[in-house]
Design a protein around this ligand. Structure first.
Ligand code: TYC
Length: 106
């Protein structure tokens, strides 16, 4: 019908901005499981290396797992948690230790 034209400076615009509704990504706990064979020192080293804890905190986490059977090393988005689980599992098996690492929704 030929009534449209290129918008010009000064044309009236009514813009309804949408509210910023960003969803928080789901988070996952990365967990170590106790076993009878993995040396305590190896577990402390794993917690320091992959979860960036200092030696005191890593020792505390290791002892918690040793005494209670299970313990949280950190909380991450899905992709980061999956990567940690894979790396810890690979590193443990490369070193002939049965240390089990898994994840669960927070
Ligand atoms: N229970 C093991 C031992 O006595 C130590 C250990 C701690 C193993 C934590 C696994 O996730 C673990 N040598």
């Amino acid at each position: 019908m030929g009534t449209s034209k290129t918008p010009q400076y000064g044309d009236e615009l009514i813009v309804q901005e949408s509210k910023p509704r960003l969803q928080k990504p789901p988070l996952f706990k990365v967990i170590l499981l106790n076993d009878d064979y993995t040396p305590m020192e190896f577990v402390v080293m794993v917690v320091q290396k992959f979860f960036h804890k200092n030696r005191e905190e890593a020792t505390r986490i290791m002892l918690h797992v040793h005494q209670r059977g299970i313990g949280v090393c950190g909380i991450y988005t899905r992709e980061v948690a999956e990567m940690k689980v894979r790396r810890v599992t690979l590193f443990s098996s490369e070193n002939q230790h049965p240390l089990q690492c898994t994840m669960e929704p927070e």
